[in-house]
Design a binder for this molecule. Structure first.
Ligand code: ZN
Length: 158
């Protein structure tokens, strides 16, 4: 594998990679292949089966203890393939309300349970139980981190 920028042979390593591309600041992709150019520093990350990875991340988010933050709400909306307008129509709220939620205004507790349920049902997450919705009311961790890793043909929460 050669660098697209400068043509130097890239170094390949398995690393725990902090992924920022999904808008989630505390997402780690564990043990993924990272290629780095020793000459110019260019970096590439190989992420297999991205859609499934998104689903596993969504599955971790809907099991979060305590309330979702704006970035997490936005990620879950997108994982459902919904626009802000789609979200507003389904929940019977103004589009501005969606925007406020995604920018950190607290989401109505029942709306949050409904969002978690929609994710569990529409983009099926393995083994999600109705009782898991109770995590909405659980005491939150100081920093909620999501860590997923490729395992054989699947992604798993790590
Ligand atoms: Zn290079």
């Amino acid at each position: 594998m050669y660098c697209m920028e400068c043509g130097t042979r890239m170094k390949v390593a398995r690393e725990n990679f902090r992924d920022k591309t999904l808008g989630l600041p505390n997402l780690t992709l564990a043990g993924v292949e990272v290629r780095r150019c020793p000459a110019c520093g260019a970096e590439e990350v190989a992420i297999p089966r991205i859609e499934e990875m998104h689903r596993v991340v969504a599955g971790a988010l809907i099991r979060k203890a305590g309330r979702l933050d704006g970035a997490e709400i936005r990620f879950l909306r997108k994982s459902l393939g919904w626009s802000g307008m789609d979200f507003a129509r389904r929940f019977g709220v103004a589009p501005e309300t969606i925007s406020r939620w995604e920018h950190g205004a607290p989401m109505d507790r029942l709306a949050e349970r409904l969002l978690r349920l929609a994710v569990a049902r529409e983009a099926p997450v393995a083994d999600y139980r109705v009782e898991d919705l109770g995590f909405v009311d659980a005491p939150p961790a100081k920093t909620f981190r999501v860590r997923v890793k490729p395992a054989g043909k699947r992604w798993i929460a790590a």
